[in-house]
Design a protein around this ligand. Structure first.
Ligand code: DQA
Length: 147
């Protein structure tokens, strides 16, 4: 069975409470439930994780090799700073989709740079929690094409 990993970075555990005017009222647990339902409907295996530390996210990317077929990553603020996460994604050579709830390009300049985008298939941002479904669809379509 094709399997994907959805990785969530720092502060995303606070979704629903954190700046609801930017990130909405939906919690990460609710997003996980919606992702599980969607992945099941598509016949995909799914692992859904969140961690606040860069090293733990890197370890999860390394562990995905040989287990998952692709990664959806909302790296939070590490998107804009982490060469190490970019290198981890390059190292495992798994197709990755970069994801953000907010439209980072309509926000502060420092959010316009992404290290993840340099090694991602593409980027989905600005569609709130629905972006997770869009990212799963994009990755699933890519994986179907590469069968
Ligand atoms: C975010 C956007 C990032 O700039 C920010 O640091 C986050 C969340 C998003 O999903 O919109 O933590 O990744």
């Amino acid at each position: 069975m094709t399997s994907i990993l959805i990785l969530n970075g720092p502060n995303l555990n606070l979704l629903g409470q954190r700046q609801p005017e930017v990130y909405g009222a939906t919690t990460l647990a609710e997003i996980e439930t919606a992702c599980r339902t969607h992945a099941k409907a598509l016949g995909l295996g799914l692992d859904f994780r969140q961690d606040n530390s860069e090293g733990a996210l890197i370890d999860m990317i390394h562990a995905a090799r040989g287990v998952h077929d692709g990664i959806v990553i909302n790296a939070g603020a590490y998107t804009h700073t982490s060469i190490a996460l970019m290198d981890a994604l390059s190292s495992v050579e798994l197709p990755a989709v970069e994801l953000h709830l907010s439209n980072v390009h309509a926000r502060e300049d420092f959010r316009h740079r992404s290290y993840i985008a340099k090694v991602a298939l593409g980027v989905i941002c600005g569609f709130g929690p629905n972006g997770y479904k869009l990212a799963i669809d994009a990755l699933a379509e890519h994986l179907r094409g590469s069968d």
